[in-house]
Each structure stands twice: as structure tokens, then as C-alpha cells.
Design a protein around this ligand. Structure first.
Ligand code: NIG
Ligand code: FE
Length: 404
């Protein structure tokens, strides 16, 4: 029998995210799931298991909860170095913006990343991605953006592809050449944007699925971001955007205007922008680990949700604002700090993440979906927030195979 066939039985609580269910999470108690050829073949109450699946190799889940694999839709995993010193300065009172304006922040990671060999980069990225997978993340988006020159951005996209080749986790690459103005263009953001458009995008686009820009006060303006995203579209890269993280700087409106797949951060989103995102069908990717790390108020997750915006949760794993790797912890933060219900948080970390990446084949447990599952150490998804520091994943299935 191929390895990507299996039958999970005695699942205490199965989260399907099946909209046909009565509840948001489509929960089935005492459930079973059959996976054939790497895809979900059947999911339902164990007592209803059809004979045709009963012969698959059977795993007894002993009453644990099973969720769709987490989809982490916003990370900056491709970096070298460490910014604990800046973190300490922030805890002692300096702000992220002050440190950035003084030449630290992203620029300090750019210096470390340019200096790192590709094998050093991978020596850092692969173990991190492996820990993410072991914690239940079966798909992760990774941005470039700490190179800010064509050769290093290309090297980062190459390293991102190598992580995808090395591990079972699916890695989705995003080009973020416009993450900051590099030192050699200091004071000339327009000149750098010109370089991004004329040189970096043509070289990098074949290695990415999305184009992102850090559109915010003190970084890139709405007009600069629009120019990059429009140009990215010409190279086949769908737009997504760092928007309204530091200030109400218009990025969320731009995301809606260009039909971006997602608008991310949104700590300073306005009511009008919430409506625009809802109308445009742009997913709001919220990053509660950033607000925790920066000691700032959380984004308005429930207001976005209540306005009909699709919400996703992600780690934003990066050396500056969210040195967090695991989605169970993000779910806990979303409940405990952002005020999302456990149901909204779990949905946003699974199906919401999948929709933020335009991947309709995952984030739910319905026939035909990818066989990506996480077996919790807990009896219910509620325990993700109830026991926020407990290791949450006891086993992870990727395309029907146990990978941890
Ligand atoms: O998502 N906002 C921009 N980029 C990252 C931070 C990067 C950094 O500080 O190194 C973020 O928070
Ligand atoms: Fe980010």
C-alpha cells in the first residue's frame, strides 16, 4: 500500500472547516478521516466509516483533536543574524521607528544577510522550517527582502526554494524587494523603486509567486508601492502588501484598489478601509506576535471579521518584530490578546491562511483536499489557548504521510 494512504480513527474532535457544517469549524466528534493518494478521501463520524476505506492502514488517535495543517501565510524566514540587542533597546524604551530611522532594524538584518553564505542561510532556515512543520505548519509563505540588491534577493529566493525541496512543508515564495531602502540608495527611495522595477523584478519574478511591499510611514509611499505591485502583476506576480502597520498610511486602501490577495498587519486600518477590503475580497493577514513583541495594541480582528473580511493569522517570523515560529502560539495569542474566539482563531490559522495564499486545496478536511493534518496533544482545539505553552502537535501528516 502506498505511504500516502492512511486511516485516522478514534479522533476525539475533528476540525474540518467544512462550510456545510452548522458551526464555523465543521467539528465532528468521534471522527475518522481516510486519506488516499495524499488527499482526503472521506471524513465523518467513525461509526459511519464506509467499508471501502476500512482496509487502509489504521492509526488510533486515542481521542486527540485533529485539525487541518496550519497555513502560515506571512513569514520572513530568509534572514541571517540576530537582533536581540535592538529588542533589548525597545524594552528599555526606544521605538521600532526610532531604531529604524537610526539605521538599525531591517537594514541591520540586510547587512548580516548579505554577508552570509547560502549554506549559512540554509543552516538557519531549514531547522526553523523543520520546527514549524513539527508544530503543525504544513504550508508556509516565505518572503525575500533582506537582500535589497538583485544578487542577494535571488540568493534568498534560491534558499527559499531549497527549503521547499528539503522538507515536506510546502513553501510559497514572495518577492519583497521593496522592504526598505538599502544604504546605497539612502535618501533616494524613488531611485531604489526604479531599480526594483527595472532590474530586480525581471530577475526575481520567475522565482516567486507573489510581490509584496512594505508600504508605511517612513518606508515606501502608496504611490511607490502601487508602481511596484503593478509592475509585479506584469511579471505574473500577484500582489500582497504590508499595510497600515505603523500608521494609517493608506496601504490597506491600496491593497483593495489593486485587488491584492492579502493586506497584512493592519494595526492602523480605518473603517473605510475595512469596508474596501471586504468589497475587494482581500484577505486580512493579522500578526498578533508582532503586537506582542512591539508591546502595541492588537489589530481589530473582530471588526474585520464582522465586516465580512476574510481573516488569516500568521507568525510573521522575522528577526525584528516577531521572533515566533509556531502557529499554535499564534492561535493562543489571537484568543488571549486579540480577543478572537477560539473558533475564529483556529479557522484563521488554517483555512484563512490557505485563502490568503490563494490555495483552495488546503486548510480544510473535505474530500479532495490535500491530506495535511495535525494531531494535537490535546483533546480539543480550545486547549491551544487554554494551555498556551504546551507543545501542541503530537504528529503531523503532509499529503497523507506522517512527517513528524
Ligand atoms: O513584518 N514590517 C515589515 N517587515 C517585518 C519586520 C522586519 C524587520 O523588522 O526585520 C514585519 O514586521
Ligand atoms: Fe512582515
Amino acid at each position: 500500500m502506498p505511504d500516502d494512504n492512511l486511516l485516522l480513527v478514534n479522533i476525539g474532535q475533528l476540525v474540518t472547516n467544512d462550510p456545510a457544517g452548522d458551526d464555523l469549524l465543521g467539528v465532528i466528534d468521534d471522527a475518522a478521516v481516510a486519506v488516499a493518494d495524499g488527499h482526503i478521501a472521506w471524513a465523518g463520524p467513525g461509526s459511519d466509516l464506509p467499508d471501502e476505506w476500512a482496509e487502509l492502514s489504521r492509526i488510533d488517535c486515542r481521542g486527540c483533536a485533529v485539525l487541518p495543517g496550519f497555513v502560515d501565510s506571512h513569514t520572513h524566514l530568509a534572514f541571517a543574524g540576530d537582533r536581540a540587542d535592538e529588542f533589548g533597546r525597545r524594552l528599555r524604551g526606544e521605538t521600532y521607528e526610532e531604531i529604524m530611522a537610526a539605521g538599525g532594524g531591517i537594514r541591520s538584518t540586510v547587512a548580516a544577510t548579505r554577508a552570509a553564505s547560502t549554506s549559512d542561510l540554509l543552516g538557519h532556515m531549514v531547522p526553523r522550517a523543520r520546527r514549524m512543520l513539527r508544530a503543525g505548519t504544513t504550508t508556509v509563505e516565505v518572503k525575500s527582502g533582506y537582500g535589497l540588491e538583485t544578487s542577494t534577493e535571488l540568493r534568498l529566493l534560491g534558499a527559499i526554494a531549497a527549503v521547499d525541496d528539503t522538507l515536506a512543508i510546502d513553501v510559497v515564495p514572495t518577492f519583497l524587494g521593496a522592504h526598505a531602502v538599502p544604504p546605497e540608495f539612502s535618501g533616494d527611495a524613488d531611485g531604489y523603486i526604479e531599480q526594483v522595477i527595472t532590474e530586480m523584478l525581471p530577475a526575481c519574478a520567475p522565482h516567486a509567486a507573489f510581490c509584496d511591499v512594505f508600504c508605511d510611514d517612513g518606508v515606501f509611499t502608496v504611490d511607490q508601492a502601487r508602481a511596484v505591485l503593478r509592475s509585479g502583476l506584469e511579471y505574473g506576480l500577484k500582489p500582497r502588501l504590508h499595510a497600515n502597520q505603523l500608521a494609517p498610511s493608506g496601504g490597506a486602501g491600496l491593497a483593495a484598489e489593486v485587488g491584492a490577495l492579502s493586506a497584512d498587519h493592519l494595526d492602523h486600518v480605518t473603517d473605510d478601509e475595512i469596508e474596501a477590503l471586504s468589497l475587494a475580497g482581500t484577505v486580512a493577514v493579522l500578526l498578533p506576535g508582532v503586537s506582542l513583541s512591539l508591546q502595541l495594541p492588537q489589530a481589530r480582528g473582530n471588526d474585520l471579521w464582522d465586516a465580512g473580511v476574510t481573516v488569516a493569522l500568521a507568525t510573521d517570523c522575522n528577526p525584528g518584530t516577531s521572533n515566533i515560529e509556531t502557529m499554535p502560539f499564534v492561535v493562543a495569542l489571537a484568543c488571549l490578546e486579540m480577543g478572537l474566539s477560539p473558533e475564529r482563531a483556529v479557522w484563521s490559522a488554517t483555512r484563512g491562511g490557505a485563502l490568503a495564499l490563494g490555495l483552495h486545496d488546503r486548510g480544510h478536511v473535505v474530500p479532495g483536499a490535500l491530506g495535511d493534518l495535525v494531531l494535537l496533544t490535546h483533546p480539543t482545539y480550545l486547549h491551544l489557548a487554554y494551555r498556551p505553552d504546551a507543545p501542541a502537535a503530537q504528529a503531523v501528516v503532509k499529503r497523507g504521510e506522517f512527517v513528524s
